[in-house]
Design a protein around this ligand. Structure first.
Ligand code: ZN
Length: 142
């Protein structure tokens, strides 16, 4: 994390230590597990969907600070969004991880923009969104 701005690093660690939307939902429409073998990160997402939107989302997981903070930030960012909006946000976020400039749409997810300079950690940061995309694809097939 040494090349991450110290302020960003602190904000990321706060999400890691006190994640938002952590723990399984009592009732959910889709559960999806994601793993990042290169780092050992795991994320399980629970989604409640209605009217083509993400009504509620939570996660459980284990892994490095970047992977877990990213999951916490992702759940905050997509709550209440329509499925197309969530997928667009995912594409924008992954573009940022590939070195694109942070889009205002990303909000606090831009805290992770420094990860683009850490190629070994890009998969850690992307895990929550790749798992979200799998969950939404599964939901579309129901
Ligand atoms: Zn990781």
């Amino acid at each position: 994390m040494s090349t991450l701005n110290a302020l960003y690093q602190e904000a990321i660690l706060q999400h890691y230590k006190r994640p938002r939307n952590f723990g399984p939902l009592e009732a959910y429409d889709v559960m999806e597990e994601g793993v990042n073998p290169s780092c050992g990160d795991e994320v399980t997402l629970y989604l409640r969907l209605a009217d083509g939107a993400i009504q509620q989302i939570s996660f459980q997981g284990d892994g490095c600070a970047i992977s877990q903070a990213s999951a916490s930030l992702m759940t905050v960012a997509v709550t209440g969004r329509s499925v197309p909006e969530a997928l667009a946000l995912s594409a924008t976020f992954r573009g940022m991880l590939q070195g694109g400039s942070p889009d205002p749409l990303l909000g606090d997810l831009a805290l992770l923009s420094g990860v683009a300079k850490l190629p070994a950690r890009v998969r850690c940061a992307a895990l929550a969104f790749t798992t979200l995309e799998s969950a939404l694809a599964r939901a579309a097939l129901r």
